[in-house]
Design a protein around this ligand. Structure first.
Ligand code: GLA
Length: 395
């Protein structure tokens, strides 16, 4: 009897080590699938942000097919704010936003889209603008009055030893008290392992330091290339799901630092991760290649799969890897990922993705459109350097 109990406990412990239980997700009814939209930072940074850019971006998203493909949020990042007035109310920069934030929000809403703002739980934002420390409830109330739908909250200029979980919980409660539903995006760069506590606090939490517009380029201050982020994401796949998503940062697709092949790989991997898809490029100068990547509806459907499971690596042979994501329909999305400097064949065996060797499956390539039926045991494809082949496998 005692041996049986011991065995049962060992099995439970082993399962917990293999599949740690994620904290329950924030239940504010939002972000049941990963949020999709656009954010100003990766392209326009501080100096380039103004109301004209936001209006033009909203016009383009509403008319170029992006809205139909699911892109919804138009988000202002750092530098929309400039000071506080005598009552402590946050003041938008009048030189960049002469019409004010309420008028801008009304405009974005008139296009059938939603609008987001950025702040910080420290005294200042990363670009040195006023942060929300001590003004959490006041700011959330103001955002609600303006009609804001999404808030990204950064971690710069916090006090030494400031408790991240407590700070972001305070902000969550401030948003709830404002009475307006707003997607709550936690941005503390993975410094305090948010995947362990941010589930019930925010709708998404940044898992890594800032993305850089490059394939592989770890910066000394912490910035990460696409490949570094991909590796970091693999370790935390079990902590993401409907209502709370791991956030590998905003997309660099179209910003010029990556080749088209690398852009395609970046977008495919973000979709496999169930990552928020926040486009970070200048939509008014988007190439056809960029557009065809950002508008691939089959890849977007993998990102938005209602099961909301983050994909992870199932096989690695040097620079050649197989990644898999379980889908709601029982199929798998599979990315054959080639980090090497030359093209190479990569094979996924059905046993790598949880199917018996004996089954036949339909394999559909999400970038070429090719479909292969009755595929037995495995599927192999030639994968370009720094590129992917992304398929669905349906038994
Ligand atoms: C931090 C964030 C970025 C961006 C900038 C703005 O670096 O991680 O995503 O918001 O601040 O200053």
């Amino acid at each position: 009897m005692r041996i049986r109990i011991c065995r049962a406990l060992t099995v439970v412990l082993a399962l917990l080590v293999m599949y740690p239980v994620a904290a329950p997700a924030l239940d504010n009814g939002l972000a049941r699938t990963p949020p999709m939209g656009w954010n100003s930072w990766n392209k326009f940074a501080c100096a380039g942000l103004n109301e004209q850019v936001i209006r033009e971006t909203a016009d383009i998203i509403a008319s170029n097919g992006m809205k139909d493909a699911g892109y919804e949020y138009v988000n202002l990042d750092d530098c929309w704010q400039i000071s506080r007035d005598a009552s402590g109310n946050i003041v938008p920069d009048p030189s960049k936003f002469p019409s004010g934030i309420k008028a801008l929000a009304d405009y974005v809403h008139s296009k059938g889209l939603k609008i987001g703002l950025y702040t910080d739980v420290g005294t200042n934002t990363c670009a040195g603008r006023p942060g929300s420390a001590g003004h959490e409830y006041q700011d959330a109330k103001q955002y609600a009055a303006w009609g804001i739908d999404y808030v990204k909250v950064d971690w710069c200029h916090t006090f030494p030893g400031q408790n991240a979980e407590a700070s972001y919980t305070l902000f969550r409660d401030a948003i709830a008290a404002s009475g307006r539903p707003m997607v709550f995006s936690i941005c503390e760069w993975g410094s305090n392992k948010p995947w362990l506590w941010a589930g019930p606090v925010g709708n998404l939490s940044r898992s890594t330091d800032d993305i850089q517009d490059c394939w592989s380029c770890k910066r000394t201050w912490g910035g990460n290339g696409v490949v570094q982020i991909i590796d970091l994401m693999n370790n935390i796949w079990m902590y993401s799901g409907p209502g709370h998503w791991n956030d590998p940062d905003m997309l660099e697709v179209g910003n010029g630092g990556l080749t088209t092949e690398e852009d395609r790989a970046h977008f495919s991997m973000w979709a496999l991760f169930s990552a928020p898809l926040l486009v970070g490029t200048d939509l008014s100068h988007m190439s056809d290649a960029t557009k065809s990547i950002l508008l691939n509806k089959e890849v977007i459907a993998i990102d938005q799969d209602p099961l909301g499971i983050q994909g992870h690596r199932v096989k690695k042979d040097g620079d050649l890897e197989v990644w898999s994501k379980q889908l709601a329909n029982g199929g798998r999305a599979v990315v054959l990922f080639n980090r090497s400097a030359s093209a190479a064949p990569i094979a996924v065996d059905w046993t790598d993705i949880g199917y018996p060797d004996s089954i036949s499956a339909t394999v559909h390539d999400l970038w070429s459109g090719k479909t292969t039926t009755d595929q037995k045991g495995s599927y192999s494809a030639q994968v370009p350097s720094h590129g992917v082949v992304m398929v669905t496998v349906m038994p």
